[in-house]
Design a protein around this ligand. Structure first.
Ligand SMILES: Nc1ncnc2c1ncn2[C@@H]1O[C@H](COP(=O)(O)OP(=O)(O)OP(=O)(O)O)[C@@H](O)[C@H]1O
Length: 260
């Protein structure tokens, strides 16, 4: 029997004034898996994330997360659901006036009543997980962009979230540093078991992290498939996306695999 989804969007529609951005978006994410949402710029990927985070409400449709319909629930229930979210957006938004330790400790201090001794343990554990031992007393301006992202990742994970949301987690990083973030993300997920939703333009590299890839085009999800099946899909939107982002080599591989 198929596992109940931890996140489910049903026929979500959203317009801004005259502009319809989402027109019947459907998505299901199974617990412990990683969904990568791709699509051309301006299609509405961030708008989908904002619906999942409860920061935007759809004009119609449902957004069910952790058993709660975010479109109907009360503020208190929404707050409870969001306690289980970890978030890393492209501009990491660390507080410049706080050192690395305090930046990572922030969600625990804001969302829990955990004693300081336990907070220390948790923060040091996540910093170690991100290879940031010894950086706890540094300020954001004193560390590199790659380290700042790792601090952001440690902060997103410090509450041991059930779901993490990443919007372009490697923007501004070179290939080497992006790979480092992906590796840390992968290891952390294996250890902590969270569900992840990632919006990214880093195709095809991001596919390595994905259990399923969803293409948003023409205001809908055109397909939500495992990466290999995505690359071989017959859906014209997906084919066009694969050819544009990954080059014609993938199209010829597709022809071969279809004819063999
Ligand atoms: N709060 C808002 N008010 C009005 N329009 C909005 C709002 N948020 C998003 N939009 C519009 O919705 C569309 C989709 O935006 P969104 O940022 O989700 O695209 P995206 O797919 O994430 O793009 P990118 O890959 O460039 O980040 C855009 O045309 C944007 O201008």
């Amino acid at each position: 029997m198929e596992q109940e989804p931890i996140i489910e969007l049903v026929d979500v529609e959203k317009s801004f004034g005259e502009q319809k951005v989402l027109d019947g978006v459907n998505l299901r994410v199974r617990p412990g898996t990683t969904l990568v949402i791709v699509g051309a710029s301006g299609q509405g990927k961030s708008v989908i994330l904002k619906h999942m985070l409860g920061l935007m409400r759809p004009d119609s449709g449902q957004v069910r997360i952790l058993g709660c319909d975010l479109t109907r629930c009360r503020q208190r229930e929404l707050k409870e659901v969001r306690r289980h979210f970890g978030v890393l957006f492209q501009n990491v938004a660390l507080f410049d006036s706080m050192n690395v330790f305090d930046n990572v400790a922030l969600p625990l201090r804001e969302r829990t009543k955990m004693p300081e001794s336990q907070i220390r343990e948790r923060v040091m554990d996540k910093l170690a997980m991100m290879g940031l031992e010894g950086a706890e007393n540094k300020f954001p301006a004193q560390i590199s962009g790659g380290m700042q992202k790792r601090v952001g990742l440690a902060r997103a994970l410090v509450i041991d979230p059930k779901i993490v949301f990443f919007d372009e987690p490697t923007t501004g990083l070179d290939v080497h540093k992006s790979n480092e973030i992906y590796r840390l993300f992968y290891r952390a997920q294996a250890q902590l078991g969270y569900t992840a939703v990632i919006v990214s333009h880093d195709v095809p590299k991001i596919f390595k992290l994905a259990d399923e890839v969803a293409l948003l085009a023409d205001r809908r999800i055109q397909g939500c498939l495992p990466p290999e099946a995505f690359q071989l899909s017959d859906n014209p939107h997906i084919r066009a996306f694969v050819e544009t982002t990954m080059g014609p080599i993938y199209s010829s591989e597709r022809e071969e695999s279809v004819s063999s």
